[in-house]
Design a binder for this molecule. Sequence first.
Ligand code: NDP
Length: 451
Amino acid sequence: MFDYDLFVIGAGSGGVRASRMAAATGARVAVAEEKYLGGTCVNVGCVPKKLFYYGSHFHDDFNDAKGFGWSANDVDFDWPTLRDNKNTEISRLNGIYQKLLDDAGVITINGRATIVDKHTVVINDQKITAERILIAAGGRPFVPSFDGAEFVITSDEIFYLETLPSHALVVGGGYIAVEFAGILNGLGANTELSYRGSQLLKHFDQDLGIRLADELVKKGVQLSLESNLESISKQADDKLLVRFKGGDQRSYDQVLYATGRKAYTADLGLDNTSVEKRDDGTIIVDDYFQSSEPSIYALGDIIGTPELTPVALEQGMAFVDTYFKSSPRKVDYDNIPTAVFCQPNIATVGLTEFDARAKYTDVQIFQSEFRHLKHTLSGSTEKTFMKLIVDASTDKVVGVHMLGAEAGEIIQGLAVAVKAGATKAVFDSTIGIHPTAAEEFVTMRQPISAV
Ligand code: NDP
């Protein structure tokens, strides 16, 4: 007899969901967490980032207000207020997560669990056995090694800074880099974004990355593309002197590295099992989250699927359906909508134009770029961009992309349509909501190109 039916390592989005749902079926469940309940999303990811995003966006809002007759000239920003109010909210959420686990009957154990054999973990010097072990330990920020790497911060630290840097360098061209370039710039830091490639957000439709670069520059971010950092040294005044390849050097108060995340498998004890990993450290599982060690399962950021909270939540539900509700099911990874909370927002569902052209022989592109009604008075030159990608042979909309205010809110609804297989004719026959930006998605009639 095992101590538990299920022992979960990691109380992040996926681990908590799987623990609670499994316990609700009557299973005896324990979850180990070494740091904070809710994992990356709640503590150093989605939630505090969105709060900081709101905080930074007031910068534009105050400027925009002037064209509507408001005086907003002497506005001031206090970083400790935002940081500490955010901390209070995160503590509240940590408490809610604890209550959810307690109410479900899940035993929470604080500490880092190490697997010692296929049914046993050790945590805080105590051995615990379980019929099934689920690894949901997530990922950690990755910083490449270079001379002076010890001086940089990552998304784990940026949320707790004592002071807002007056001059910040953000390195990377993905989600976190473009989001924090916008946040730091909006909050008043003199912000530079350095990316090694030529186009930001390279896994998104390229029209988004290109236009985002323009918008970032308009808002005051100094953008350095094809820029490669060589080394960092700390100066006597505590400033960080950054040397770039090619000879440039500049100094900053903080350097934020946003160069991806790596599966957090350190000290998990996987060597004591037959669990297999890929070269990048992610755990190999089958469609039902089972590793090559049959009693050990894994889900969330640690298995190499899209590193998104809703994906981990869905995986947690599918895992429980499969093993605790006798209703095996796989997660459908097609058409996962996603948003980047850069400024303006980006959101997308389905295929990029590049991928659609590789998959279908006859692709139609519909797109629209315009100034939001609000900005006719605000004076802002921010542009909204929308793009529909249609497989002409079936008329199905296979990709929807947007850069503009509230893109995430708009694309969520359109993701339902794409998932349901809506055709362009259905989009065209849908009556718009006027006056909104979103109505543009149902009024684009003329394809810009057809192949
Ligand atoms: P991303 O994978 O989005 O981007 C990483 C960036 O770092 C890329 O631009 C990459 O360049 C660059 N990079 C990688 N290695 C190096 C290196 N050695 N030197 C210089 N640059 C390098 O990772 P993030 O860290 O931004 O975010 C991690 C994940 O977290 C995201 O992929 C996403 O799944 C999730 N996330 C989701 C959010 C949301 O839903 N809004 C918000 C934040 C994170 P290149 O493109 O050239 O490879």
